[in-house]
Design a protein around this ligand. Structure first.
Ligand code: DCP
Ligand code: MG
Ligand code: MG
Length: 605
């Protein structure tokens, strides 16, 4: 490194207190697939074990690694190196996905942002937790695990203490994962994601390493290939190599001018800062996947019936994944990779469309699809397929893929307002999906109509107020405009049965406004938004404050209304002149403005 570069990088990591404010942990499971298999079958623990996918050993346990078995070794080579190698087929990823989710859940219990990276890695930003714990700690803090090269000069910003404390938290996390799930893991602890990930495997298996910021440059300079930097991919590596930038040390020393000649200015800066061990990307809390899909690749398929078989097999596997996920799919995407035999090239094409949530039913809490439902899905798939392929001409496919791309959350409570909201959301989302499909009359859009997208099968307590309109449509219509035409009989609206609460209703209004006004397809899970309403629910259940209500008012109905509506009504009752309604004569309400809330309180005849 040139003196100038060294100086600038040195000042950047020693100069500003904010530089090292974060405490990041990276956790990677040891020989992940192999551990899953060893936990399922403990007899495998004592023998060298390889996990096989097709003709490759994708990973092996540490016993096998003693024989030189490496990841992605050909099975034949692995067996040569270790004739006693026990091979387990690892092509079905379900158990690995389940284990991955469980590990993620354990890590979430610290209430810090957790970002999942692949199946066996997670970043955890423990910055705030460290700060909290520091407030309550007076003792000197010792490190847990290894330190990458204890630096002779200690940074003055306090990062050493914070990272030492983070190393103790990492140890707690690893212990809990082991204690609850049986997996050993490695951890890296640093002030940024880059260094945390890179030091994680330094003491494998089942151990952890902390690096202090001062050692970032030195650590990076020892990495042999620029490809070792996580965010540098194959193409960037090739571009760097073409400029004779091979090691990370080369990248540290190369001038910005040269980098900017071959990369965008942003990219050049990013490459340079990464090479110096700097990285300010945040740990982004991982949510649930936006799509769940599977693909199958093969040499060539040119017959429709074979394609159908492939899709049927994929669908079976996909339905298992969806059941594990628990959300209800509302959109399905079909992907094909077409081979152009003349040009010796291939390309991917996709089509997606709406699927009716009513295809999915809940049986003993588990998402299921009946035979008839599966047939419906298959005919949707094949219809999309024929949109992508002109069957009057020969075709050659090398891949088929299926994915569910939009979801509803499952309802948690009986008669939750979420049911109503969900339906509405699915209707909204269709509008976007329609743009993806190039047809306007297909059966896939049948779910567009509100009535066909009811989710009576999602809740055992949904009550239809009218055979013509699902209750939620009626209710939302009332909430929106309360016109006479739309509300044929307000008295029949049994609000109490909906067990609404103010928070839910506010959320509905907000969400509806958002989705309508901004034309958004709601991606965020509404059920998650509403999952913390137990307190408000309790308020409603314990019976509200209808003391001031006129006698004709159904208290149950009143208490079930959102607070703002309750206030509005009370104000009207207090001051009838404002509402143009006599407090004591409910019958006269029919003469009132069509949009008044008091219409809800016309007693049943
Ligand atoms: N994997 C895969 N194909 C690869 C690399 C890995 O299918 N080319 C799978 C198998 C691994 C899992 O991903 O078990 C996690 O990958 P890791 O690189 O973390 O490897 P391991 O966890 O197996 O081993 P280590 O102890 O080195 O982390
Ligand atoms: Mg691993
Ligand atoms: Mg890994």
């Amino acid at each position: 490194m040139t003196d100038r570069n060294m100086e600038s990088s040195s000042s950047s990591y020693m100069g500003s207190q904010n530089e090292h404010i974060k405490s990041i942990i990276h956790i990677d499971v040891d020989c992940f697939y192999a551990q899953v298999e060893m936990i399922r079958n403990p007899e495998l623990r004592s023998q060298p074990l390889g996990i096989q996918q097709k003709n490759i050993v994708v990973t092996s346990n540490y016993e096998a690694r003693k024989f030189g078995i490496q990841k992605c070794m050909l099975v034949c080579d692995a067996l040569k190196a270790c004739p006693n190698l026990k091979l387990v087929n690892g092509e079905d990823l379900r158990e690995y996905r389940t284990a991955s989710s469980k590990i993620f859940m354990v890590l979430q219990s610290w209430k810090c942002p957790v970002e999942k990276l692949g199946l066996d890695e997670n970043y955890i930003d423990v910055t705030n937790l460290v700060k909290e714990r520091l407030k309550n700690t007076s003792n000197s803090i010792t490190i847990s695990g290894h330190i990458y090269n204890e630096p002779s000069v200690e940074c003055t910003c306090g990062c050493h203490t914070r990272l030492k404390l983070a190393s103790q938290i990492a140890n707690e996390m690893r212990y809990k994962i082991y204690d609850e799930l049986g997996f050993t893991t490695c951890a890296g602890i640093a002030h940024n994601k880059l260094l945390a990930k890179l030091v994680c495997p330094l003491h494998k298996p089942n151990d952890q390493t902390t690096i202090f910021p001062e050692d970032g440059v030195n650590f990076m300079s020892n990495l042999q290939s620029v490809r070792s930097i996580p965010s540098i991919g194959l193409k960037t590596t090739e571009a760097l190599i073409s400029q004779k930038i091979i090691t990370v040390s080369d990248l540290q020393q190369v001038s910005m001018e040269l980098l900017k000649k071959h990369f965008s200015a942003d990219m050049a800066v990013r490459l340079k800062t990464l090479s110096l061990g700097e990285d300010n990307t945040p740990v982004k809390q991982t949510g649930r996947p936006q799509s769940i899909g599977l693909e199958d690749s093969f040499k060539t398929v040119s017959v429709k019936s074979e394609v159908e078989e492939k899709f049927a097999a994929l669908l079976q596997r996909l339905l298992i994944l969806v059941r594990e996920d628990g959300r209800i799919p509302v959109s399905l995407r079909v992907t094909l990779r077409k081979k152009d035999v003349k040009r010796l090239s291939s390309h991917r094409e996709s089509r997606q469309c709406q699927v009716s949530p009513s295809i999915f039913t809940i049986n003993n809490g588990a998402l299921t699809v009946t035979e008839a439902g599966q047939q419906k899905l298959m005919s949707t798939i094949m219809r999309l397929f024929t949109k992508l392929i002109d069957l009057s001409k020969p075709f050659h496919l090398t891949l088929v893929g299926l994915a569910f791309t939009k979801f509803q959350e499952r309802m948690t409570g009986r008669s939750s307002i979420v049911n109503y909201l969900m339906n509405d959301i699915s209707v909204q989302s269709v509008l976007n999906i329609q743009n993806d499909c190039d047809t306007s009359t297909s059966m896939d859009y049948s779910a567009v109509s509100p009535s066909s997208s009811t989710t009576t099968d999602l809740s055992d307590a949904e009550v239809e107020p009218s055979p013509k309109k699902p209750k939620k449509v009626t209710w939302i219509a009332k909430r929106r405009c309360l016109s006479k035409e739309e509300i044929a009989s307000p008295s029949k609206l049994k609000v109490g049965e909906l067990r609404l609460n103010s928070k839910e209703l506010e959320k509905v209004s907000e969400l509806r406004l958002n989705s309508r006004d901004r034309s958004l397809t709601p991606r965020a899970s509404p059920a998650r938004d509403m999952s913390d309403n137990s307190e408000a629910m309790k308020d409603v259940a314990e019976g509200g404050n209808c003391g001031d209500c006129p006698s004709y008012v159904d208290k149950e109905v009143f208490n079930a209304l959102p607070e703002d509506m309750q206030h509005e009504l009370k104000a009207m009752w207090k001051n009838p002149s404002n509402s143009e309604l006599p407090r004591s004569s409910p019958r006269n309400m029919n003469k009132s403005k069509s949009n008044t809330l008091l219409k809800y309180f016309v007693p049943n005849k």
